[in-house]
Every structure is written in C-alpha cells, then in structure tokens.
Ligand binder design. Structure first.
Ligand code: AMP
Length: 284
C-alpha cells in the first residue's frame, strides 16, 4: 500500500491487483459512478472507520443505462471526485476505462431473479443486469472484506445482497442510511440536472414518504391507503410526474395489501427529463 495519507489512482485491472496485494486488511470497497456528494462521503467515512484500507471505484457503467442520452449526460468530474477522496483519506481509487472493465469480446451477464423484477427493474429493463455484472467484477477484482452501498438505492442493495449470497462472493455487503439535503431531498448525482423550479419542487418525494410513514405510525396498515397518501402529496407539485408509488415486502419487493411486517415505501418521480427515486422503511 502507498504510505498513509497518500491517495493512489489506478486504472487497470493489473494495477489494482498489484496495489491490493500488499494492502492492509480488512479492505473496504465503495463502488460509485463518480460526481461524488455527501451520500458517497458518508459511505466512504463508514468504510474508513471499519477498514484498514479503503478503495473507491469511480466508473460510469454503460451497461446499467438503458438510454444512451442518459449515459451521455451523466455528470462527471474526476478532479472533483479525487479531491473528495483525498479529503476523506481514501487509500486507492480505481478509475478504469470501459474497455478495462469489459475487455474485448466481453459476453457474460450476471442476472438476479425475482427481486430485480419489479420497481426499478420494471421501469429500467436490463438495469440490474448491468449493476450486478459490474459489481461482481468489482468484488472479484478488489476482494474486499466489506462493500458499502446506500439504502437510497434500496432495490440495488437487495439485488447485490442476493447476488453475493447466491454466488458465494466473500465480500460482506453493508447498507448505509440515505443522506439528504436539509429540505429532505435525497442526495443524488442526478440532482444537478434539476432546474431551479424542479429543485424547489423536489422535496415532495421526501414529504410524500414522510406523510405515509406518519399514517403508518398512527396505525394505518392498508398498503393502498399508504400509496394513496403518497400519490396525494405528490399531486401537490405540478412539476412532479410520478412513475411508480409502492408499498412492498422488504424481502421480495412484491406489492402488499396489508402491512403486517417490515415494508419498503418507495417512489420514482420525473421532473422534466430527470428521474428521482427515494424510499423509507417502516416496521423494521
Ligand atoms: P452512484 O454513484 O449513484 O452509483 O452511487 C454509489 C453508491 O452511493 C450507491 O451505493 C448508492 O446507493 C450510494 N448513494 C447514492 N446517493 C446516496 C445518498 N443520498 N445517501 C446514501 N448513499 C447514497
């Protein structure tokens, strides 16, 4: 490993393996697509607190984007990301090219079953195949004891947990709480695309979730009543175009009739061309 406090940036599989050969254990991995924000920072801080070596990957993964325009406009600034990683004492940044992650002729897909089907999986066909495939590659390359993912992408966390269990991957998957702006908007690299009006309207996601959670806390157990409450709050903002509003089982992500155990309240909402997601757990 590089001397303490010195960030090393590697770009190839071979350099990564070489850098990690002498790394102090345990190793913590934080996979990201860059344009790092306070949500990523919290993941990195948790990794730093729990590991001797912290690795951050920065890779905008084309395989998890259905829409080429979405991939094209995804915000990128390696300099900014490196600055945050340096501030946080990250040991190693893996910032590979597409060709390095997917060598010529690459033809393998990791596909997780039922839990990848609804919600984001239904709205974004192929998305979780792309996520699972790149995370499997990263897990293999880094060989970390721990990997850190945000609860913000709750279904992604479930998909990765399923994959890691099923494929006996030795990296432990750790979920971290969602980091929010003071007005409740969940931090996301995509927030940068919101116009001023859309940004002003965007806390409606968190408000809708909070309203439904409040109903749940007051004893409401009808999932449809909770979904209706979220739809009602979202309708208060004309710029918000809901894509789905869900109250689902936290293990299977199947929609519930009655909330008898832990449930995931989640929603996806469009503001113009920007698509935001958010979620809250209840009953856990
Ligand atoms: P991304 O760069 O958007 O692919 O995100 C990389 C990791 O950061 C994923 O595990 C995300 O779930 C996590 N993440 C993104 N936004 C947040 C947030 N607001 N709070 C906590 N974790 C987040």
């Amino acid at each position: 490993m590089a001397p303490a406090g010195v960030l090393r940036i590697v770009r190839t599989r071979a350099e990564l393996r070489e850098a990690l050969a002498s790394a102090e254990r345990p190793v913590g991995l934080v996979p990201t697509m860059g344009w790092l924000h306070e949500g990523h920072r919290a993941l990195i801080q948790q990794a730093r607190a729990e590991n001797a070596t912290t690795v951050v990957s920065i890779f905008v993964n084309p395989r998890q984007f259905g829409d080429p325009a979405d991939l094209e406009k995804y915000p990128r600034s390696e300099a900014r990301d490196i600055a945050l990683c340096t501030e946080e004492g990250v040991d190693l940044v893996f910032a590979p090219s597409v060709e390095e992650v997917y060598p010529p002729g690459f033809d393998t897909t990791v596909r997780v079953g039922a839990v990848a089907g609804p919600l984001e999986g239904a709205a974004r066909p192929g998305h979780f195949d792309g996520v699972a495939t790149v995370v499997a590659i990263l897990f293999d390359l880094v060989g970390a004891e721990h990997a850190y993912f945000g609860q913000k992408d709750a279904q992604q966390l479930l998909v990765i947990r399923r994959m890691a269990l099923d494929l006996a991957l030795p990296t432990e998957v750790i979920g971290c709480p969602t980091v929010r702006e003071p007005d409740g908007l969940a931090m996301s690299s995509r927030n940068v695309h919101l116009s001023a009006d859309e940004r002003a309207a965007s806390p409606v996601l968190a408000r809708a979730l909070r309203a439904a959670r409040g109903m749940y806390a007051r004893g409401e157990r009808s999932a449809e009543a909770l979904r209706s409450e979220m739809r009602r709050v979202l309708a208060e903002e004309s710029l918000a175009k809901p894509e789905y509003v869900s109250v689902a089982d936290t293990a299977t992500l199947q929609e519930l009739d009655t909330v008898a155990g832990p449930a995931l309240l989640s929603l996806a909402v469009r503001f113009g061309s920007t698509r935001l997601i958010d979620n809250e757990l209840v009953g856990s």
